[in-house]
Design a protein around this ligand. Sequence first.
Ligand code: ADE
Length: 246
Amino acid sequence: MRIDVVSIFPDYLAPLELSLIGKARQDGILDLRVHDLREFTTDRHRTVDDTPYGGGAGMVMKAEPWAQALTAVADAAPGPERRPVLIVPSPAGERFTQALAHELAGEEHLAFACGRYEGIDERVLEWAAERFDVRPVSLGDYVLNGGEVAVLAMVEAVGRLLPGVVGNPESLVEESHSDGLLEYPVYTKPAQWRDREVPAVLLSGNHGKIAQWRRHEQFRRTALRRPDLLESFDAGSLPRADRNAL
Ligand code: ADE
């Protein structure tokens, strides 16, 4: 997969050289490039922002540097067959979910446009739709100072779904949100720690009982911490054995 990130703070994306994503880049699974928006300005001060039309606080990112940067990114697309997806991190976007991470992991080319200040001139998004599938995406209902931290989260969530990135693909199956529920609690040795015991069923060796206990814990946790998830949960999506355990 090819990923291009455009930002005025390319150093913010340095953590993408570490850990599993860094290794995926070294292994050639992920071709990730970070571009400095200021490289696409033409004035002496390398200006990327200006005051908002209509007034109000803060500054707005100017259209032309973005058009130059995104043209360079689109021209570098790996193949003409599929349009790249341009993700614009914004608290005003659709919610980023595990389902969206899976969808994006199936793409050939993702580009991320990191806005700062009050955002990017809206005409850039309209113009970019000629060459990209443009998707404003929000990490959650809170406001960050810019898109960079959101890109770190989204690239990690998408990157770990690419084949070969996570060593044991089984670990992608039983994790929070993979089946619409939160993950069950986990324990490791020792079985007794500071007067606290591991739940006895996990030491029983009875795999059927363990699976049933874990599913039950998933529901208990989800009801307690994220009741909103249960409203849209479809029990029909569970394997038959798990449905019988409910
Ligand atoms: N930029 C600023 N706030 C954001 C958020 N909540 N999600 C994504 N990008 C953002």
